[in-house]
Design a protein around this ligand. Structure first.
Ligand code: PLZ
Length: 451
C-alpha cells in the first residue's frame, strides 16, 4: 500500500456487502486451520484488510463498527494518522538497535511521559517491555527485589497474562491455565470486591478487610512483597470494586512495607475517563504496569514507579532484546500526544455516559441483565438466569454472535463467560457509537426475547 491508500479516508460507517464472515474470510479461515495452532483462538473469524478510527474493513469489503479496540489497544483509533506517520518516519530511520546496546531518545522520552502521566508526584522512573505479561513479570521482580520479600497477593477474577508467572497470577483455569502447570510459587489469592456478587451492601473497606485478614493470617504481612490488582478487572468481567476498596488496600501496603502494584494494562491511557483508573479515587500505586493503549497498536509495555523502588534493582537486572523498540516508542509518543491534545479522557467519559444510559434502558427491559457497570469507555453488562445470579454464558455467546453477524465487534469476558464488554476506540463518533449500541440492543432483545 502506498501512503495514500492507507485508510484515513475510510468512511466511519457500518456497511455489509456479504454475510459475516464473507467468502474471502471463510477461505482464509480454512487456510488457517492447516497452518495456525488450534490453541490460538479467534472471537470473530473476519479477516481484516484495513482500519480507520472505529471502523474495520474486512477482505470481503464489509465495514464493521469496532467496539473492542483489539482488546483496549487502539484507543486513539485504527491507523491514526499521527501514529502512522511516526511509525513510518522511525522505521525508515532505524528499526532496532537494542536499548541495552546503543540507546536512542524516544525510549527516554516515553519514560518521561509515563513518569508524568501516571499517578503520584514524587520522582518516578520507568522501564519498557514488549507485552503486558512481561510488564507484570517485571513489576513482580522489582517488588521482590526492592522489598526483599517473596509473596505476591492477587485476587479472584484477576487476569495478568499467560506466561508462567502471570498464569499463576491469573485466576481463571480454563482456558488460561488448564494443563499448563506447574505454576510459580509464592502467589496468594484473596477475594476481590465484586459488588454484584458480594454479600448485600458490603462496602469497599469491608471487602478490603475480608482480603487483608486472609493475607495477615495465611501469608503474614511481613512476607508480602506486593499486592497486585487491576483497578477495574478486565478479562475477569469488568468488575468495578466498591469505593474505598483500592484505597484501603493501598494504605495497608504502606503500613506494612508491601508495595501496591496497579495493573493498568487494560484500564490505562484514558480508557476509564482518567489517564489511569486509580486516579478516580486518588489512589497512588507504588508501581504501575501499562501496555495495550500506550502505543496506538504497536507492541509496547512498561513498569513505572517510585524511583527508589525501581532503582533498587542492580544495573543489568531488567531488560530484553526488543523492550522499548524504537518504532513502538515513536508510536507511543504520537499516541500519548494525541490523548493529551484531543482530551481522550474527556472523550472516554462522554462515551461512558452514552453507553451506560443505553445499558440502563436495556436492563430495564430485561431481567436477564443482572448488572451493568464500568467507567468511561470500559463498560459491560452481566447476563444471568432471570431472578437469580446464575451466569448465562449461552445467552452471552448468542448476543455476541448476533452483533458480529450484524457487523459490530463486541467481546465477552468474565470468569463465568457471561459478561459483554464494550471497549470502543476513544475517538469513535457519537453517531457511530449509537449505531453500534442500536445493533447491540436489537441483538440483546431478540436473543433474550426468544428465551
Ligand atoms: N494485565 C489487566 O488485560 C491482557 C488478554 C487476551 P498481554 N488482556 C487481554 C488474551 O486472552 O490473551 C492483559 C490485561 C491485564 C495483563 C494483560 C496481559 O497483557 O499484552 O496480553 O501480555
Amino acid at each position: 500500500m502506498t501512503r495514500t491508500d492507507v485508510p484515513s479516508f475510510i468512511a466511519q460507517e457500518r456497511r455489509l456487502v456479504t454475510e459475516i464472515p464473507g467468502p474471502r474470510s471463510r477461505a482464509l479461515e480454512a487456510r488457517r486451520g492447516a497452518a495456525v495452532a488450534d490453541g490460538v483462538s479467534t472471537s470473530l473469524p473476519v479477516y481484516i484488510a484495513a482500519g480507520s478510527g472505529a471502523v474495520l474493513v474486512d477482505v470481503d469489503g464489509n465495514a464493521l463498527i469496532d467496539l473492542g479496540s483489539g482488546i483496549a489497544v487502539t484507543g486513539v483509533g485504527h491507523a491514526e494518522e499521527s501514529v502512522v506517520d511516526a511509525v513510518q518516519e522511525q522505521v525508515a530511520r532505524f528499526s532496532h538497535t537494542c536499548f541495552m546496546v546503543t540507546p536512542y531518545e524516544s525510549y527516554v522520552a516515553v519514560c518521561e511521559e509515563l513518569n508524568t502521566v501516571t499517578p503520584g508526584d514524587g520522582a518516578k522512573v520507568s522501564a519498557l517491555f514488549n507485552s503486558g505479561a512481561e510488564a507484570v513479570e517485571n513489576a513482580v521482580k522489582i517488588a521482590r527485589h526492592a522489598t526483599g520479600r517473596q509473596a505476591v497477593v492477587v485476587f479472584d477474577h484477576a487476569y495478568h497474562g499467560r506466561t508462567n508467572l502471570t498464569m499463576a497470577l491469573t485466576a481463571k483455569s480454563m482456558p488460561y491455565k488448564d494443563g499448563f502447570g506447574p505454576f510459580a510459587p509464592e502467589v496468594y489469592r484473596v477475594p476481590v470486591s465484586y459488588p454484584f456478587r458480594d454479600p448485600e451492601a458490603m462496602s469497599g473497606p469491608e471487602a478490603a478487610e475480608r482480603a487483608l485478614r486472609l493475607i495477615e493470617t495465611q501469608v503474614g504481612a511481613d512476607n508480602v512483597a506486593c499486592v497486585l490488582i487491576e483497578p477495574i478487572q478486565g478479562e475477569g468481567g469488568f468488575v468495578v470494586p466498591a469505593p474505598g476498596f483500592l484505597a484501603a488496600l493501598a494504605s495497608w501496603c504502606t503500613a506494612h512495607g508491601a508495595l501496591f502494584v496497579a495493573d493498568e494494562i487494560q484500564t490505562g491511557f484514558c480508557r476509564t475517563g482518567d489517564w489511569f483508573a486509580c486516579q478516580h479515587e486518588g489512589v497512588v500505586p507504588d508501581l504501575v504496569t501499562t501496555a495495550k493503549g500506550i502505543a496506538g497498536g504497536m507492541p509496547l509495555a512498561a513498569v513505572t514507579g517510585r524511583a527508589e523502588i525501581m532503582n533498587a534493582v542492580h544495573v543489568g537486572g531488567l531488560g530484553g532484546t526488543y523492550g522499548g523498540n524504537p518504532v513502538a516508542c515513536s508510536a507511543a509518543l504520537a499516541a500519548i500526544a494525541l490523548m493529551r491534545h484531543r482530551d481522550l479522557a474527556g472523550a472516554a467519559r462522554r462515551i461512558g455516559d452514552v453507553v451506560l444510559e443505553r445499558l440502563r434502558s436495556l436492563q430495564g427491559a430485561h431481567d436477564a441483565i443482572g448488572d451493568i457497570r464500568g467507567r468511561g469507555a470500559m463498560c459491560a453488562f452481566e447476563l444471568v438466569q432471570p431472578g437469580t445470579k446464575k451466569a448465562d454464558p449461552e445467552a452471552t455467546g448468542a448476543i455476541v454472535r448476533a452483533c458480529h453477524a450484524a457487523g459490530v465487534v463486541v467481546l465477552s469476558c468474565g470468569t463465568f463467560g457471561n459478561v459483554i464488554r464494550l471497549l470502543p476506540p476513544l475517538v469513535i463518533g457519537e453517531e457511530l457509537l449509537r449505531e453500534g449500541l442500536d445493533v447491540l440492543s436489537e441483538a440483546t432483545t431478540s436473543i433474550l426475547g426468544a428465551r
